[in-house]
Design a protein around this ligand. Structure first.
Ligand code: PHE
Length: 351
């Protein structure tokens, strides 16, 4: 029996030396240390041995079992180390591979144009004045000399937010940035009511209209309003400012044109156009007839000056307001205003 145990150990040790991977190791464990292995059979046959032989055989069997278990543990560890070494050398990280590109966002073309306009007007001495998008009828219309029921309101139909209980002064989404003129003049005049300081501001922001949407009209768009009020401001200041803006935006050859028009809050009033620089004024998909209608302008109406706290006997002023997207369309040759808020990346990624 003792010889048999020596042999069992030798066979198992030899087999273990052949084991090269985890699966083979597990098979080895079942074969040589498992319940039906030769070694375990020795244990279960101990009872059948003559009493005096049992201690020696039992002791030897235990020694063999311990030895095999230790050998198993050592082999298992050796295999693990070998696998680790293999992984370290084969799966080595190649740090010279290019990384994954980081997707960089960019500014919306509308924001880009607005910032360019801020810069141009900053150089001309205009400050930015922000004004609310939800307005009252009073500020959006009445104080700008559109009385209740005045037909000039029809050119700016709008969205009413709350009319009930507010009589002739419903809340609405502003149809233009012009109500900001009143807010700004009142705020600046209040600094010194007897001698209101001069005003030179631009008022950018979103406006809303109940429009028939087409390639040149949207129900919401950005406007840039300008307002200058002071003791000696004339219509030539207005023309000079807008012509200069066009040249700074489109280059020294850019041409502007003024056409007599009507707005209740300016007198005289003019619409101003910039010659399409996509087609050089011949007429194309962007402009239609060679000139792109940019916005309205004029000398601030005496009623409006007074509503803002400025005495029309002492002060004059000019104002203008135009669609920011129209400028972007001219500058980048965008044929349709609806692209701006469609959020199509194929459009946005071009800027
Ligand atoms: N608020 C006018 C509009 O939106 C434009 C304008 C602004 C006209 C300032 C004159 C003076 O149509």
């Amino acid at each position: 029996m003792l010889d048999k145990l020596t042999q069992i150990e030798a066979v198992a040790s030899q087999a273990l030396a052949q084991v090269q991977d985890e699966a083979a190791l597990e098979q080895w464990r079942i074969a040589h240390l498992g319940r039906s292995s030769p070694l375990m059979q020795v244990f279960s046959s101990l009872g059948a041995l003559p009493r005096e032989k049992r201690p020696a055989v039992g002791q030897k069997a235990n020694e063999v079992k311990k030895a095999l278990e230790a050998a198993f543990a050592a082999r298992s560890e050796a295999l693990r180390q070998a696998a680790l070494q293999r992984a370290l050398s084969q799966e080595r990280l190649d740090v010279t591979l290019p990384g994954r590109p980081i997707v960089r966002g960019r500014l919306h073309p509308d924001t880009q144009i607005l910032r360019e306009l801020y810069q141009i007007f900053r150089e001309m001495g205009f400050q930015i004045y922000r004004s609310r998008e939800v307005e009252t009828d009073e500020y959006n219309f009445q104080l700008l000399n559109f009385p209740v029921g005045h037909p000039a309101r029809d050119m700016q139909d709008t969205y009413f937010l709350q009319a009930e209980g507010r009589g002739d002064n419903p809340l609405l989404l502003r149809t233009h940035t012009s109500p900001g003129q009143i807010h700004a003049m009142r705020e600046i005049a209040a600094l010194d009511p007897d001698n209101p300081p001069p005003v030179r501001i631009i008022l950018p922001g979103m406006v809303y209209r109940y429009e028939q949407v087409d390639a040149r009209h949207e129900t919401q768009f950005d406007q840039l309003e300008g307002l200058a009020v002071g003791p000696n401001i004339t219509f030539s200041d207005l023309k000079g400012t807008l012509a200069d803006m066009a040249r700074r935006l489109f280059g020294p050859r850019a041409r502007t044109r003024f056409r007599a028009s009507f707005f209740p809050f300016t007198e005289p009033s003019a619409e101003f156009d910039i010659q399409c620089f996509q087609c050089g004024g011949k007429g194309c998909a962007v402009c239609g007839g060679g000139w792109l209608e940019i916005g309205g302008s004029g000398m601030v109406h005496p009623v409006v000056l007074r509503n803002g706290g400025y005495d029309p006997a002492r002060y004059t002023g000019f104002a203008f307001g135009f669609g920011v997207q129209r400028i972007a369309m001219l500058k980048y040759g965008i044929p349709d205003i609806r692209y701006f808020w469609e959020n199509d990346l194929r459009f946005l990624e071009q800027f």
